[in-house]
Design a protein around this ligand. Structure first.
Ligand SMILES: Nc1ncnc2c1ncn2[C@@H]1O[C@H](COP(=O)(O)OP(=O)(O)OP(=O)(O)O)[C@@H](O)[C@H]1O
Length: 532
């Protein structure tokens, strides 16, 4: 990794890139990209013109030829440094199916991704600090996935065969195995074994598509703290989440249970997005209460502290720049680019202390419980059937909340589209009236011309002026029609079923959205614009 970082620094500064053929997205600066509507998607009379939208403010834009080391240096390194300094952090890779999220996060044996590079850095730093003033640290690794089961969600431990894992109110997972790791190699082989257990399946969009949200946590504990405990729960935590990519039914060809999975994946992505949008809205207007969308999926319940802005999070947006991928790329950029404005102004600096306190409190409670147990009658035995019933009703409640949230959002979007369509219709009416008036004027002029034959030259000039006006009015009508079409396209995307649908892509792009408190220029979001 050290050599990789050095190479990355030696690269020349970014230059404005030309748009190669077949590509709809190019980097235009250290933190900006330009997205051009493919000619095939333009309505006939607009062909030949270009319609380009610029998205900027990203903390880094990494083109398809960036190495894994480049991405690690730009995206992960700051989080790892903070983690080693005692602060928790989260990295989330999101984007449509087949855009390279799993490749970026895990990589391959030859081309290791963010997780192996992180482990290497952690143990290199631990070796270097050995013998220094710092007390030695222990590291623990856990790995699990959240997947769709029937109509509900389930957590599966990827490092053990534990059957029932339960996400508790405190956003901790009961029954999850944490394995002590003592070297990068041990940890990497543990992760590789976990990956073999992860749910994947071939779809038309990706031959090895992830069917679950995969989460890895690395916990650092000072040896002096919790030394006697076999599974210490305090310390800073570095969490890396590889989300399953949102997908469109017609591109994946999913049917039956695969389609159910697909809906689950799309819904989780949507709830994740809703949480970030709510955080942004709340930050823009502190009077607005922070909507509790996180309750609507297991992933967001687990990541609550990050989604409510109490701990630092970095997002990687993976996209493919091909023209065929325009719809997905445009949808993701429009949806996610506002998240760059999220600021962690009220970062809970003592969040790790809080989590430690929370642990302590729960330990105290357990001790009290034990003491009370002596006088208490035996607790009622809960049968497996009752447990199953409880689980099903929990899942039903989650799905109900989720659909309520989706329904609210779609209603809002539909009403927005209706208002826009109404104003377009009014505009069209005005244009129709204008055209009628111009036609009348033209007819009038023509009739006058026929009477005043001696002024032939002048009449031709007048009539040609009027015809120009008419042509421009007609052009406006075309533009208005196109606007209506665009709005109706956007309202299609607003439809939850459609919005959660994506298409396959070719070629890869990686953006990072680094959210951090604006305390200094270094940590201010978007100010560290880097481009390789
Ligand atoms: N930078 C890259 N270099 C080479 N191959 C890549 C790169 N990124 C992705 N790929 C390949 O593209 C394919 C799709 O990538 P990957 O499975 O990582 O996508 P994904 O976004 O995780 O998809 P899903 O959400 O469906 O799981 C894989 O075969 C992967 O090896």
């Amino acid at each position: 990794p050290a050599a990789g970082r050095a190479r990355a620094k030696e690269q020349p500064p970014p230059k404005k890139q030309q748009q190669p053929p077949g590509v709809c997205l190019v980097a235009t600066g250290p933190g900006s990209v330009a997205l051009t509507v493919p000619q095939a998607k333009l309505v006939d009379h607009r062909r030949g013109r270009t319609a380009t939208e610029v998205f900027d403010g990203f903390s880094a834009v990494l083109p398809p030829d960036s190495s894994q080391n480049d991405i690690f240096t730009q995206v992960m390194n700051p989080l790892v440094d903070e983690f080693l300094g005692g602060k928790s952090g989260l990295l989330v890779a999101m984007g449509p199916t087949g855009s390279g999220k799993t490749h970026t996060v895990f990589g391959t044996a030859r081309n290791p991704g963010l997780v192996p590079l992180t482990l290497q850095k952690i143990f290199t730093a631990a070796d270097e600090s050995e013998g220094g003033n710092q007390s030695p640290r222990l590291f623990y690794l856990s790995m699990f996935e959240i997947l769709c089961e029937g109509k509900g969600e389930r957590i599966l431990d990827l490092l053990s065969d534990a059957a029932e894992l339960v996400l508790q109110q405190s956003a901790t997972i009961k029954g999850l195995k944490e394995v002590a790791i003592s070297s990068a190699m041990d940890a990497e082989s543990l992760v590789s074994r976990g990956m073999l257990k992860r749910s994947t399946a071939a779809t038309d969009a990706n031959s090895e598509s992830s069917r679950s949200q995969c989460i890895i946590t690395i916990r650092a504990v000072h040896k002096t703290v919790d030394q006697k405990s076999e599974h210490p729960t305090s310390g800073s935590v570095l969490t890396i989440a590889d989300l399953a990519g949102a997908e469109r039914k017609k591109n994946t060809g999913n049917k039956g249970s695969r389609l159910l999975e697909s809906n689950f994946i799309n819904n989780t992505s949507m709830v994740f997005g809703l949480c970030l949008r709510a955080l942004l809205d709340h930050q823009k207007n502190q009077k607005k209460t922070l909507e509790k969308h996180f309750k609507n999926s297991m992933l967001t319940r687990y990541l609550k502290d990050y989604l409510e802005g109490r701990k630092k999070m970095t997002l990687i947006l993976n996209v493919k720049p091909g023209e065929d991928d325009y719809a997905d790329t445009s949808y993701l950029l429009r949806q996610a680019s506002p998240y760059m404005k999220i600021r962690y102004t009220s970062l809970d600096e003592s969040s790790d202390l809080v989590s430690q306190k929370r642990t302590n409190v729960s330990l105290v409670c357990q001790e009290n419980k034990k003491r009370r147990k002596v006088n208490k009658p035996e607790p009622e035995v809960v049968t497996a059937e009752e447990k199953e019933l409880q689980r099903v009703s929990r899942s039903e409640q989650i799905m109900k909340n989720l659909f309520n949230a989706l329904w609210t959002v779609s209603k809002q979007k539909i009403s927005e589209s209706e208002v826009a369509a109404k104003s377009m219709r009014e505009l069209l009416k005005d244009k129709d009236i204008e055209i009628l008036e111009l036609k009348k004027e033209l007819d009038d002029l023509k009739s006058r011309c026929s009477h005043v034959k001696q002024n032939d030259a002048a009449s031709i000039a007048i009539s040609s002026v009027s015809q120009t006006d008419l042509a421009s009015a007609l052009d406006n009508v075309h533009l208005s029609t196109e606007l209506v079409q665009k709005i109706s396209e956007e309202s299609t995307y607003s439809d939850p079923e459609m919005s959660s649908a994506y298409r396959d892509m070719t070629g890869l792009y990686v953006f990072t959205v680094n959210m951090s408190p604006p305390i200094s220029a270094h940590s201010c979001f978007g100010s560290e614009s880097i481009f390789l």
